[in-house]
Design a protein. Sequence first.
Length: 305
Amino acid sequence: MTYGIIDVGSNTIRLNLYQFEQGKLGLLLSKKYNAGLAGHVNGGSLTPRGIQLGIDTLNACRHICENFRVDHVSVFATASLRNIVNTDEVIRILRAKTGYEVDLVSGEEEARLDFLGATHALNIQDGVLVDIGGGSTELVRYREGKLEEAVSLPIGSLNLFCSYVKEGVLPTASELRDIRDRAEDELDQVSSVLAGENPVLCGVGGTVRAVHKLSCRWFGHDPAECCVTAEEIQMLYKRCKKADRALMMEILGTAPDRIHTITPGLTVLRAVVRAAGGQVVHVSSFGVREGYLYDRVLPVQKELS
């Protein structure tokens, strides 16, 4: 069977199409829409413009799924809809205008699904998992391959950009310090998740993948080596303090769709790595979407069959 998973995030809306045969999951198509819903929040509510963006994007996803004759489509939302005050209204409108029932995933559940997805791509035994999204950051502490604690923080690459960057697309050195301080303050509230020495971290999601791509470009690494060291993250952070044209061109050549969010996201990643005592971050190709498929979709389909 083919499965469509639509992830309504704060920064991007992603459609992944999968084929599941003989216990193996294969990615058929991945489509990303830079909707930036977190940038369309006013007074805590998603604006009519933001809602329309959601409608248009979901209908575009529906068109793709129909063309591919996808057997089953699931839609879920994370911080994009759980961090607003008009959540119920938005979900109702999306259902009426697109026909999709949007499943709202809590922060802690998102972290658990991140971990579940990552375990299908990496052999992870002990450490901390981090997923820096557009509107939130999820952290998981795991030991002997089992989840011990999962938390969600209300900081993400896009909402930090919207809150702290006043002009332009790159944070100034002063704005970057403010973002760093905010990230460190949030991490202080969940110190138990990061306690002790955690030399190996697992990173999932678009921000971590973008940082990995930037690291490969700057340090000449083979992209097939899916890891980035704490030293490299620190060097990237120091380079980002100088928000000049050269930096902008480097980012445009690496992750153009994240030109405005990669430095806030990198700052959060640096803070997590330092707080956890990390030495290296292994980048997983699987995350919340795959976790959702394994946890919420495949078991139900198995029961129905």
